[in-house]
Design a protein around this ligand. Sequence first.
Ligand SMILES: [Mn+2]
Length: 236
Amino acid sequence: MIKIRQFASLGGFSFAKPQARRISTITFFMNTIIIGDIHGCNREFMALLQKVGLTSNDRLVLLGDLLNKGPDPIGVLKTFKSLECVCLLGNHDFDHLKWRAGSQPRSESVVTRKLMPPACYEGYLELVGRMPLYFENKDLIAVHGALLNGVALPDQPVEVITGDINLDGSWKDKIVLDRPLIAGHKRYGSKQCDAYILEGKFYGIDTGCVYGGCLTALSMPSGNITQVRAARVYSA
Ligand SMILES: [Mn+2]
């Protein structure tokens, strides 16, 4: 905890801490479909949406890291705007917010911005500013990065929940919650495209699409997995 607090005050810059917003559960959504890290891979994003075949019973949640590293940020934002969905704040999205506030950007953020017309980039920044840090309903909790044990969701450090700093890799095996946790950010599976699943407890569904792996959708509460293989390796 001490380390994390120190990190938050490093550098002397200040930025608005994104508000954690609680998305109310709407009872007519029977399933929650959660999609892992898209990273600018619009081709795979569209293919996965088609393969999943969303219905009005499905609530769609994206785990964040919408852009950076991948080829088509404009396309991803266009697809995103055509959907009714929640997108959580990932460390790469967060990086753009910090850049706006005067922090040194990641090289991937600089590349992404160059790929986008200014108005489109401004639209993304607005979107990022509204991204919640977590999603929860009766069936699950979803975050981009990680959670600390024994800390209530609204009190989780923003750097941890977004994956801006990484916890020891065993956090996912030790986390104790009253519902299954769905997270992205890291490929925890042993093989490319393998989701990391502790049945009913933890579902790691970043399966490295931008690295030539798969884009993964998880349907809850059934636990069904749908995947699309990346057309190629976009990032080393
Ligand atoms: Mn990430």
